[in-house]
Design a protein around this ligand. Structure first.
Ligand SMILES: Nc1ncnc2c1ncn2[C@@H]1O[C@H](COP(=O)(O)OP(=O)(O)OP(=O)(O)O)[C@@H](O)[C@H]1O
Ligand SMILES: [Mg+2]
Length: 374
């Protein structure tokens, strides 16, 4: 196959054994702002007048043609073009035999925008994490210091209250750290999915029971589980985490009845293959239309009742690691819509009607059966 230098996404500059530029591709012209005609035939150091961050001339410093004969490359580094324009530069010195003269110097150039962007998002992530960890730790520190200093002055009830707060905040920190570890696995593609036969209806019922045991009225939940579901192979711990997060959100951020439906569906990514769809909907305020695209991003939280805003990011990461998809929409509050006559579009639609439709999260998992069962 014939790959042309202009096909490369990176800048490519090649100089011959005499240090004259013989190749200057389109990306190199774009990155340096010089034309190919200008560059071809001119010495490498004038076609590509690079300086390091201390302002030293790069080609003089590295001297590919007269430098140590064992040198075969320059690792990628951040250099400056005239005008202070940053670029990532790497070079290879091509010799026909080991330690022989340099026949060609091959230089690649890359813009730094993409790297800057990831650096910025890393810095933001660290700042947010530090902030999230600080508030519970401040309370842990404050209450323990107070208790240690004035133990005798508090009644048992006061001490208990402080210790309960410390306990809850320590739990928050632990949970946050577990979430951050999940996020780092998701972001680096290391989230492992250990598939086994999973009885989804049982898991759903167990999570509902847990909420009821924790004090929610049983009437707050409705489960609708289809009679025949395809066998599902998924990672039990992770799917539990997904359900736990969605239910917790529906209870905490939503209102009214929380409905959980489990139905057969067609697999989201392989047309014709089977899958299972789970819908969790509530009758609360729902997610404002303009925020729907952001609910699955990390640290986004809408209400004051919010936690850290990591739950749905992790949910999405887990569902996608299973080859599934997750979406959010407005639940139209099916029961109410049927019971009450629909308001006329326009004039009749009141703010309360718009608010009467909660959030509906729906994820679809492919059955994920192992190859030996297919
Ligand atoms: N069922 C829901 N109804 C209304 N708003 C919701 C619902 N589920 C999520 N949200 C909104 O989406 C935001 C992000 O949810 P997410 O689960 O990612 O974070 P969180 O619940 O705030 O914190 P965490 O889950 O990390 O403890 C929430 O803060 C809330 O504003
Ligand atoms: Mg949540």
């Amino acid at each position: 196959m014939d790959v042309q230098p202009d096909d490369l996404p990176d800048g490519l500059v090649v100089a011959d054994g005499a240090g004259r530029v013989v190749c200057f591709n389109a990306a190199a012209a774009r990155i340096t702002g010089r034309s190919r005609e200008e560059a071809l035939g001119s010495p490498l150091h004038t076609a590509l007048p690079l300086e390091d961050l201390d302002g030293r001339r790069w080609w003089q410093l590295t001297d590919p043609y007269r430098g140590p004969a064992i040198r075969t490359a320059q690792p990628e580094r951040n250099l400056l073009l005239p005008g202070g324009h940053e670029v990532l530069v790497a070079a290879r010195y091509v010799r026909n035999r080991p330690c022989g003269p340099v026949e060609r110097v091959v230089v690649t150039l890359r813009g730094t925008e993409a790297r800057r962007r990831t650096e910025r998002s890393h810095a933001e992530l660290i700042a947010t994490v530090a902030h999230e960890l600080r508030s519970p730790l401040t309370s842990v520190k404050g209450f323990t210091a107070t208790l240690l200093a004035k133990w005798e002055r508090f009644t048992d009830d006061q001490k208990r209250l402080m210790l309960e707060t410390v306990n809850a905040d320590a739990n928050r920190v632990t949970r946050l750290i577990a979430e951050l570890l999940d996020i780092s696995r998701i972001d680096s593609g290391r989230l492992e999915v250990r598939r086994q036969r999973l009885d989804l209806p049982t898991v759903v019922r167990r999570h509902v029971e847990a909420h009821i045991a924790a004090g929610e009225p049983a009437s707050r939940f409705r489960t609708e589980i289809a009679d025949s579901l395809p066998d599902l192979w998924a990672d039990p711990d992770k799917i539990e985490q997904v359900l736990a997060n969605l239910l917790e959100n529906a209870v905490r951020h939503g209102e009214g009845t929380v409905t959980i439906e489990v139905r057969p569906a067609s697999s989201p990514r392989e047309p014709g293959a089977a899958g299972t769809a789970v819908t969790v909907s509530d009758e609360g305020p729902g997610i404002p239309e303009e925020s729907m695209s952001r609910v699955f991003t990390r640290f986004w939280r809408g209400s004051r009742r919010g936690g850290t805003g990591l739950g749905l990011y992790i949910v999405k990461g887990i569902v996608e690691a299973h080859g599934g998809v997750i979406t959010v929409e407005r639940a139209q509050g099916a029961d109410r819509a049927e019971a009450a006559p629909r308001p006329q579009a326009g004039a009749g639609a009141r703010a309360e009607d718009a608010g009467a439709s909660g959030a509906r999260f729906r994820f679809i998992l492919p059955v994920g059966a192992p190859a030996f069962l297919a």
